[in-house]
Design a protein around this ligand. Structure first.
Ligand code: ASP
Length: 316
């Protein structure tokens, strides 16, 4: 759909999904379970789907899916092997949110391989939503997580190369957050995201991924959304919350992602030079996505099949 057409439809032709007016607890989705994940990491969907197929719940599925990517040393954006900050420290951000509106997150977490599971523990075992830095690490150790060096040979080599001229890295050059949204057999929604963040960032920098409402948001009556890309800009528009609120107003998942991005475009005089990608899932199981520039890959699992989609940027 052309952007102009999209705005016409947005203004004059809102199609409000019937579940918003009906009993919102009842999902009309016949294709459950459903998963949508940023980028192309099919193993993560496979594991999450296996769990959902065995009548596992959505929050367990997204945690399990994210853990697969966190444990992969070859992936230089998430978990072990993530590209470090300017000081050579791997610092990780992650969040989870479930169908009852519970959420947990960790930011600036070091030396713990599974930030998504620490975020889950914050949600399940504490009165808090977010733990950061040393506090998050101490909490993780107290819960049985092990201290581990997360800087692999590969990411250390890349960092030492970067140190030679400290080229300003655009986040588009270097990072890919894994954000996963799922709907289980009960129709319940949950989401998680996990990232090593912006490569060679300032020590202490935290992105959107652990900020509930920015990198991730779930409202079990309406839908869920998650982000990847330049976290600073996602935070400025409360991106994932905005996408869910736009679905509440009647926009489809894709339209909601596009409309949220149109704010970013406007805020940057029509020409932002960075990437943001959103994924969204509506309570009826419809999924959608949009990105600002270039293109963006995402995986959808439905009817026990996983398919890769590519969406083109709104302003290429
Ligand atoms: N959104 C993440 C951050 O800014 C990284 C990414 O998705 O590329 O930390």
């Amino acid at each position: 759909m052309k952007r102009r057409d999209f705005f016409k439809r947005s203004i004059f032709g809102l199609s409000i999904p019937s579940f918003i007016f009906g009993n919102s607890k009842v999902s009309r989705n016949k294709n459950k379970p459903v998963i949508i994940t940023t980028w192309n990491y099919p193993k993560a969907n496979e594991i999450a789907l296996g769990l959902l197929d065995n009548h596992g719940n959505a929050i367990d599925a997204v945690e399990a899916g994210c853990r697969i990517v966190e444990a992969d040393e070859e992936n230089i954006y998430v978990g072990i092997g993530s590209l470090p900050d300017e000081n050579g420290k791997v610092t990780l951000d992650s969040s989870v949110m479930d169908s009852r509106g519970n959420c947990g997150s960790v930011a600036f977490l070091q030396n713990i391989i599974h930030p998504v599971s620490v975020a889950r523990k914050v949600m399940d075992d504490t009165k808090h939503v977010m733990l950061v830095g040393d506090g998050a690490k101490k909490f993780a150790l107290s819960k049985g997580f092990k201290h581990k060096n997360l800087l692999t040979k590969k990411s250390s080599k890349a960092w030492r190369e970067w140190l030679k001229n400290k080229r300003n890295m655009s986040p588009h050059d270097t990072h890919d957050t894994i954000s996963m949204l799922a709907q289980d057999h009960n129709g319940d929604l949950a989401g998680a995201c996990t990232t090593g963040g912006w490569a060679y960032k300032m020590h202490g920098r935290v992105g959107d991924s652990p900020i509930i409402g920015a990198g991730l948001y779930v409202d079990n009556e309406i839908g869920s959304a998650a982000a990847t890309g330049l976290g600073e800009e996602v935070i400025k528009i409360s991106g994932s919350f905005l996408v869910v609120e736009l679905m509440r107003q009647g926009y489809s998942p894709t339209e909601a992602c596009e409309k949220a991005l149109s704010r970013v475009i406007k805020g940057h005089n029509g020409n932002p030079d960075f990437q943001i990608g959103f994924i969204a899932m509506r309570k009826d199981g419809e999924v959608g996505s949009a990105c600002l520039k270039w293109s963006f890959d995402y995986l959808v699992s439905k009817n026990m099949n996983t398919k890769l989609y590519k969406v083109k940027g709104l302003i290429n």
